[in-house]
Design a protein around this ligand. Structure first.
Ligand code: FES
Length: 174
């Protein structure tokens, strides 16, 4: 299993963000591929999330400044997409597809099982910061329903047993 844990920067450490030379190099490369700076916003946010683990207000301000956009515009985009974390996430974020194909192919059972096993509801983290549960809409893999995305990886055709195996392995990495 290749799922990499998220390492989230502390809120204090990214309250104010200065994009360093490495980030600048990657951003410059990104901007070359898009017709306008605004068009590069989503991949730039993704780049920042890879680096810091989440998108803090400080990150939003730095991105807005770099692209010549207002912080409010950037915040509006960030808040629209579930893929961007606006608070420090758990090491493993479980995005459970709750759309029809998944729901009817066992997704509802997975949701109930996850809530029971982890002792949390959607939008919550376990007290040890290991797991976080999110309800999301179609992940675009309906043919292999039910689907749970954990960090950057898809886990498909799941049932309670196979999902437990994945969670056991992730929990055992501590
Ligand atoms: S309905 Fe779950 S991936 Fe499409």
């Amino acid at each position: 299993m290749s799922t990499r844990p998220i390492v989230a920067a502390s809120p204090d450490s990214i309250a104010v963000v200065t994009l360093d030379a490495t980030m600048e190099e990657r951003i410059t490369e990104l901007l070359r591929r898009y017709p306008t700076t605004r068009a590069a916003l989503l991949p730039m946010l993704w780049l920042c999330q890879e680096r810091y683990g989440w998108i803090s207000p400080g990150v939003m301000r730095a991105v807005a400044s770099r692209l010549g956009e207002s912080p409010a515009f950037v915040e509006g985009v960030v808040s629209f997409y579930t893929m961007y974390h606006t608070r420090p996430p758990a090491r493993y974020v479980l995005q459970v597809c709750t759309t029809l194909s998944c729901a009817y192919c066992g997704g509802r059972e997975l949701v109930e099982h996850l809530k029971g096993r982890l002792g949390i509801g959607f939008g919550e983290k376990t007290p040890d910061g290991e797991f976080q549960l999110m309800a999301v809409q179609c992940l675009g893999a309906c043919g292999d329903a039910p689907v749970v995305q954990i960090n950057d990886d898809y886990y498909e055709n799941l049932d309670v047993t196979s999902l437990d195996k994945v969670l056991d392995e992730l929990a055992g990495r501590r």
